[in-house]
Design a protein around this ligand. Structure first.
Ligand SMILES: *Cc1c(COP(=O)(O)O)cnc(C)c1O
Length: 822
């Protein structure tokens, strides 16, 4: 008999009076505050605890249900999650936003002020972590029993501020004010071994077995954050692991009376989950990073085994209980760890264990950039994970036997496919391990999945074509439209029906409205209000006044050469110089908004930020261009700030070099909020353009095959500079101190462009300028612009993360999602 969880009706009641009473109870009993002395932050905590009760109550119910039915669950393993502020999202999902507003309003408290007090968990760098959070949201929404496993970093992605034009990083102390969303479960703890050596022994049945004798053990403690779904009965968990000293950390040292060494070891252990590495798309090969990866992966797999056994499963049918998705190669060591758990600890034979492993995992590749592909020096890997290195050698030897059978006599192929890179110093190739141990491998946009099979994973695709597939990324329309853009959300509900947040294809109904002048007027009013809201935030954060009547041209994303923020800057300088030369130059009033963090050690990216701020100073203070072009760097771009930026964007800059951006999701968020895209045929831009119609998209730039041809033909950026007077003028201006200050400042950028230009910014410059000219032209015709904007939103339905998650469920995880209109 299944036991239904029960609770106090006040605690989980959704009426205004119950919410108010629960809120006051929490303020007094949980926080120990008297109303008169309460701060906004106290109110935030009290409301968060109130809402947490609702979601946790549901989560507890789900766990029991899942256990009873013995259904297959999904585990999403990701080293990063970027959930954004939780409170408003839960209120929306539970349908109690207005009730909460009234409940607090009756006490003279403004809900919006309370919502603004939340500090977001920045446990990711950018797109990859945000994708993981969109998928958890959608898994809960489409009713799939699931869990996200990751690391509870004490310090998330650094806080960015701008001082004297430079990025300055500071620690993200997100836990300082308390985190009301997590439930610490000291009882749910896993021991994770590191270092040491292995031994063979013979068990009672006479079998030869291997035992791992570690040098030290770290304890992982679970912290659970509930994840609600939109209008869903299901509530799932994001389970993050914090590193603590293992049970016996101090045993030896204490016994030797070495108190300080014992404490040092404890501190060392806890350092493991201290900080998120701030590199996006760059593998740095730091040992602590490998420790983090193995730590959360091992905790997760041990946890899954325990849950599986508690629901009546056995290690032998683990794959029937769990589908495990590897979000990039960060958790790829899971393949070896599951083998170790099955073979060494559960005494399952190798062949069967390998079968179970391959039926459990699937792997998502996120990048083609060679510098992002993870590989670990064999010495570091074996030092930390000696048993896993042995297992990887064994996996490799069996795997390469298969390769030799399939491609007899092709030694090069064997070397290319090997899990070990032996071309120089030896490395473990994590993507190869992930491919070998997964039943399905996917890219994140159609173009990316194709290129993957032609380039970095071409040999795997030739060996196992049936393993490869594509699942184009998606984003949650709840957070990025309903929450971030309430004005648009209201308009959509009135014209496309109220079901659009759970069924984004409903937005197609907007196509019928596009000819209605009244509707287009309303549409523009919504955008204008969003631009005013962003302008106010920009003024308060930067002191820069921007005109809401100008075209808001937005590029917000991590700063990276492949994303080509510098191409955008070259365009701005060309406009500036055009206006300086001829005040009557036909330039529509524009506000260029940049945002994004640069990895602290990424020299060029930091120079690019410095260039944005230098151009800001130049342009914003020049009377000749006043009111015509304004440039802003919006500091500390994160999910909370994204809520202001995306809804105000009119032009979405998606200008990466073709073949470098795996998918992009910022492109989807902006188009869904009515921005038109200026973009290359890269990542999901290709599919966005197909969906919205090529007449509603500003295309420019080389295609992937053209890029390859240019590169193999000996690309000489300096020739382009010599041949193009506009480009020459812009580059000379940059190189010769036109921006004032130290003329040396931007020389590294200039020489990089002239001498190597690895992302072909100069090759795409002309075509970009031409596309920008078309942008200006269309913007001068508000009705035509609005029509394109409406059609963008109407046709973006397939970029909901619900669609993406349903594809994973059907084609990869083989679990049932609830039908679309249920
Ligand atoms: C969506 C998002 C990203 C990813 O943006 P891209 O333009 O796809 O690179 C990065 N950071 C935040 C905060 C986001 O919300």
């Amino acid at each position: 008999m299944k036991s239904q969880p029960t609770s106090n009706p006040i605690r989980v009641g959704t009426g205004v009076d119950e919410l108010r009473q629960a809120f006051l109870d929490n303020l007094t009993c949980a926080l120990g505050r008297l109303r008169t002395f309460s701060s906004t932050h106290d109110y935030y905590l009290a409301l968060a605890l109130t809402v947490r009760d609702h979601v946790v109550f549901r989560a507890v119910g789900n766990v029991e249900e899942g256990m009873a039915k013995g259904i297959r669950r999904v585990a999403y393993l990701s080293a990063e999650f970027l959930p954004g502020p939780h409170l408003a999202n839960h209120l929306l999902n539970l349908g109690i936003t207005e009730a909460a507003r009234e409940a607090l309003g009756g006490l003279g408290i403004d809900l919006d002020v309370v919502l603004a007090a939340e500090v977001e968990p920045g446990l990711g760098n950018g797109g990859l972590g945000r994708l993981a959070s969109c998928y958890l949201d959608s898994l809960a929404t489409v009713g799939v029993q699931s869990i996200g496993y990751g690391i509870r970093y004490e310090f998330g992605i650094f806080q960015q501020s701008i001082r004297d034009g430079w990025q300055v990083e500071s620690a993200d102390k997100w836990l300082q004010g308390g985190n009301p969303w997590e439930i610490h479960r000291p009882g749910v703890a896993r021991e994770v071994k590191f270092g040491g050596h292995t031994e063979t022994w013979v068990d009672d049945c006479g079998r030869s077995r291997v035992r791992w004798v570690p040098a030290f053990v770290i304890r992982g403690e679970a912290y659970d954050t509930p994840i609600s779904g939109y209008e869903s009965d299901i509530c799932t968990l994001m389970r993050l692991w914090k590193a603590e000293a293992g049970e016996s950390f101090d045993f030896e040292a204490f016994n030797h009376g070495d108190y300080y060494r014992a404490v040092e070891q404890k501190v060392d252990s806890e350092n493991l989950s201290k900080v998120l590495y701030p590199n996006d798309e760059l593998h740095r090969g730091k040992e602590l990073r490998l420790k983090q990866q193995f730590f959360f992966t091992s905790c997760a797999l041990q946890d899954m085994l325990r849950v599986h056994q508690m629901s009546g499963g056995t290690p032998d049918n683990f794959h029937e209980g769990w589908a495990v998705q590897l979000n990039d190669t960060h958790p790829a060591v899971a393949v070896a760890e599951l083998m170790r758990l099955l073979v060494d600890e559960q005494a399952i034979g190798w062949t069967r264990a390998w079968e179970i492993t391959c039926k459990t995992f699937s792997y998502t590749n996120h990048t083609l950039l060679p510098e992002a592909l993870e590989k670990w020096p064999v010495a570091i890997f074996g030092g930390l994970l000696p048993r896993h290195l042995e297992m990887i050698y064994e996996i490799n030897s069996r795997f390469l036997d298969e390769v030799r059978r399939t491609f007899p006599g092709d030694g090069d192929k064997v070397a290319r496919l090997s899990l070990i890179d032996e071309s120089g110093p030896r490395y473990v190739r994590m993507a190869h391990l992930a491919c070998a141990g997964s039943h399905t491998i996917n890219g994140v946009a159609a173009l990316h999945s194709d290129l993957l099979q032609q380039t970095v994973l071409a040999d795997f695709a030739a060996l196992w074509p049936e393993k490869f597939t594509n699942v184009t990324n998606g984003v949650t329309p709840r957070r990025f439209v309903a929450l971030a853009n309430p004005g648009l959300a209201g308009l959509l509900a009135r014209h496309a029906g109220k079901d659009w947040p759970g069924n984004l294809d409903e937005l197609l109904a907007l196509e019928a409205c596009v000819k209605d002048a009244g509707f287009r007027h309303e549409w523009r009013e919504v955008k204008l209000a969003n631009k005013r809201r962003l302008a106010a935030v920009i003024a308060s954060r930067t002191g820069i006044e921007v005109s809401p009547d100008s075209l808001f041209d937005v590029q917000v994303k991590r700063i990276h050469e492949y994303k080509r923020q510098h191409l955008n800057l070259l365009h701005i300088l060309s406009l500036y110089l055009a206006i300086k030369r001829d005040p009557k130059a036909p330039v529509v009033p524009r506000t260029f908004i940049f945002g994004g963090k640069a990895a602290p050690g990424y020299f060029m990216a930091k120079r690019i930020i410095r260039l944005v701020t230098a151009i800001t100073a130049l342009v914003n203070e020049d009377r000749d261009v006043a009111g015509r072009i304004t440039v802003v760097f919006f500091p500390n771009f994160n999910v909370g700030n994204a809520h202001y930026v995306y809804p105000a964007a009119e032009l979405s800059e998606q200008i990466s070099l073709a073949g470098t951006e795996a998918s992009g999701t910022g492109n989807m968020k902006m188009s869904l909020n009515g921005a038109l895209t200026i973009g290359t045929l890269d990542g999901a831009n290709v599919e966005i353009r197909e969906a919205v119609g090529e007449e509603n998209f500003f295309l420019f730039g080389l295609t992937t095959p053209e890029v390859a041809a240019r590169k193999s033909g000996g690309y000489r950026p300096r020739d382009l500079y010599e041949a193009d007077p506009v480009l020459r003028e812009v580059i000379n201006f940059l190189a010769n101190g036109g921006l004032g200050g130290d003329p040396e400042l931007f020389r590294p950028l200039v020489y990089n462009l002239l001498d190597s230009d690895p992302y072909l910014a100069l090759a795409d410059f002309r075509s970009y300028l031409e596309a920008q000219r078309r942008v200006g032209e269309l913007w001068s015709d508000p009705d035509a612009w609005t029509t394109c904007s409406v059609l963008n939103v109407a046709r973006m339905g397939r970029f909901s993360s619900d669609r993406a998650v349903r594809e994973y469920c059907q084609r990869i995880w083989k679990v049932n999602a609830k039908p679309v209109n249920a």
